[in-house]
Design a protein around this ligand. Structure first.
Ligand SMILES: Nc1nc2c(ncn2[C@@H]2O[C@H](COP(=O)(O)OP(=O)(O)OP(=O)(O)O)[C@@H](O)[C@H]2O)c(=O)[nH]1
Ligand SMILES: [Mg+2]
Length: 250
């Protein structure tokens, strides 16, 4: 994987773009820009997750480091008004940048979410694990499907954060898996997309407990790289991806 990243720019440049479609990965000044979007219902923890990702990668030596400040456009309540945006740079391949966005989760911002989605390369769905928020999670996932059309998993890797696992009365990974199956976002054994089924991480986005926040981002970034390098913008075929590609190193 690491040496393959040398080819990343070339792979990205082979993707064509017409007026209707955004490039999956943008290349400029020999730099590669990858857009990762945190999607999920209101108050599920998207802003908190990016905030925590920022803090972790600022303090500890990781595969990405933040560049500049995290821009948060929020209401007095803390709820996102437009979006949050942070830029992270790969520490292993410094020409690769991750533009990380969160959507505003409140229902009324649906048109805005559609705009923020444009040009997204990888998605992290933040599910609020609290049982009473289950219906909101379903609504949010259905909206994501409507916005992304057929691209989810096939062209855009999907990772799930089952967030707020520090609280009581929460749903389980199995519940989320069933939901993904119901929504056609889970492929059975033998299907060529099976290996790209979303990984569901149990997470805690708040500090200091912070659990699996970096790992879920890292896996989304890794898959995004594999889709571009091996699949030229699509989920690569099983035969092309070796198990040795597993470690997160973008
Ligand atoms: N207990 C607990 N609280 C969390 C966790 N993650 C986020 N929260 C809290 O949930 C609330 C909402 O978090 P945000 O990060 O603002 O949620 P959001 O998804 O960005 O919300 P919108 O911007 O409205 O879409 C805040 O009070 C957070 O502190 C978690 O893992 N555990
Ligand atoms: Mg927010």
């Amino acid at each position: 994987m690491r040496h393959r990243l040398q080819d990343f720019k070339l792979a990205a440049m082979t993707i064509t773009c017409d007026k209707e479609e955004w490039l999956l990965v943008r290349v400029s000044d020999n730099k590669v820009f990858i857009k990762i979007l945190y999607w999920g219902s209101a108050a599920s923890g998207k802003t908190t997750a990016v905030d925590t990702l920022y803090r972790i990668t600022e303090k500890e030596k990781k595969d990405v480091k933040p560049t500049g400040n995290l821009v948060k456009i929020a209401m007095a309540s803390g709820s996102t008004l437009y979006f949050d945006r942070g830029v992270f740079q790969s520490t292993k391949k410094e020409s690769i940048y991750f533009h990380v966005y969160t959507v505003a989760g409140q229902s009324r911002f649906s048109p805005l979410r559609k705009k923020i989605y444009m040009g997204t390369d990888g998605i992290i769905l933040v599910v609020d694990a609290q049982r009473e928020r289950w219906e909101d999670n379903i609504e949010s996932l259905k909206e994501l499907k409507a916005v992304a059309g057929e691209d989810l998993i096939k062209k855009i890797p999907l990772i799930v954060m089952l967030n707020k696992m520090d609280l009581d009365n929460v749903v389980s990974i199995t519940d989320v898996e069933s939901l993904l199956k119901d929504e056609g976002l889970w492929f059975p054994a033998g299907h060529e997309l099976n290996m790209w089924n979303p990984i569901i991480y149990e997470t805690i986005a708040i500090m200091p407990q912070a659990k699996n926040v970096y790992r879920s981002f890292s896996e989304c970034a890794r898959r995004t790289g594999l889709y571009q390098i091996w699949g030229h913008g699509f989920a690569p075929k099983q035969t092309k991806v070796k198990l040795s590609d597993k470690p997160a190193d973008v």
